[in-house]
Design a protein around this ligand. Structure first.
Ligand SMILES: [Zn+2]
Length: 319
């Protein structure tokens, strides 16, 4: 029997990644480029070339490819097959129509977090599990949930926009979406600087002589700097990181209460670069917020390739 292959695509605002894989999830080739943002056409040409290049690199002919599965930064319009990633200046990219015209192959699209959940179910820690949630802690916060073996989509495909769960009644910080009190406004990589400044003010630490305070008040703090200082033993940085962990536990607690999963996997660059510092306070605090039975909580074994695996799984699950 002829072997079957799929192309997986991970569309991020920073990087565009593609891979060719067989049905077992063994990658034959993988490529990545900085995402070109000049126009829809430039972006679509870049992606087309990258798919052609990666199939050549994999020594797989286009005729052997079953389909192309894409996980894209959202929002996406599932019905129209269009993407409008928040951090890309170009909107309404007609991805599915264009690619099906160019490749004459089935094209499958999901937002990156839902694709990640599909990848986890096919190739990762959630094989044989009917109820689990994949969460990404990265520039933003997102998730994908399977309940009773069904990927939750919702009326527009946004059933698991967990980054916008409310975790602060007083709504001290404003989210990128414009609303207040959302989880992502406090704990996502992009909003770490806001959170550190808020924490310093709340705890009256403005005058404390510490690199954390200095870099926060001079607008130089980043997520990486904060976590690096915590790893280097800064007590203050650790306190901030632990407070963020409590808020992560609130978000995750709400997810457990809503979806009753048996497993939660966590990915995304912020979590993958700081596994211990992120996971520990979540595990310590989550029991304070849940009514349902505690699920296993762990870092995804698919690491930063989970969306690529998801794209590949989207193809094979539709066979
Ligand atoms: Zn929001």
């Amino acid at each position: 029997m002829r072997e079957k292959f799929a192309v997986g695509v991970d569309i991020g605002a920073t990087n565009l990644r593609v891979a060719v894989s067989d049905k077992k999830g063994i990658f034959r080739g993988e490529l990545s480029e900085r995402t070109l943002k000049d126009s829809s056409e430039v972006f679509l040409d870049q992606l087309t070339n990258l798919i052609v290049k990666v199939t050549k690199k994999s020594k797989v002919r286009l005729e052997e490819i079953e389909g192309i599965g894409i996980g894209s930064a959202g929002p996406i319009d599932l019905k129209k097959g269009e993407i409008s990633p928040t951090n890309l200046p170009i909107k309404n990219i007609p991805l599915v129509n264009e690619l099906s015209g160019r490749f004459d192959l089935p094209i499958y699209l999901q937002n990156d977090c839902n694709a990640g959940a599909v990848g986890e179910k096919w190739f990762g820690a959630a094989k044989n599990l009917a109820n689990f949630v994949y969460i990404t802690l990265s520039t933003g916060i997102g998730g994908g949930a399977y309940v009773d073996n069904k990927l939750l989509l919702g009326k527009d495909g946004n059933a698991c926009e967990i980054g916008h769960l409310v975790i602060d009644l007083e709504g001290k910080l404003k989210c990128g979406c414009g609303k207040r009190g959302h989880w992502e406004a406090y704990c996502s990589g992009r909003n770490v600087p806001n959170f550190v400044r808020y924490w310093i003010e709340k705890n009256g630490k403005e005058k404390v002589d510490s690199p954390v305070v200095k870099s926060a008040l001079s607008n130089e703090i980043t997520s990486k700097k904060l976590f690096d200082m915590a790893k280097d033993g800064s007590k203050l940085a650790l306190e901030v990181v632990e407070e963020m962990g409590k808020l992560n536990a609130m978000g995750i607690g709400s997810i457990i209460n809503a979806y009753d999963p048996s497993l939660i996997t966590i990915g995304g660059s912020l979590a993958l670069h700081n596994e211990e510092l992120v996971l520990k306070p979540i595990k310590q605090n989550v029991k304070n917020y849940i009514r349902n039975r505690l699920p296993t909580i762990e870092i995804t074994p698919l690491k930063n390739k989970i969306v690529l695996y998801g794209g590949i799984a989207l193809v094979f699950q539709n066979e």
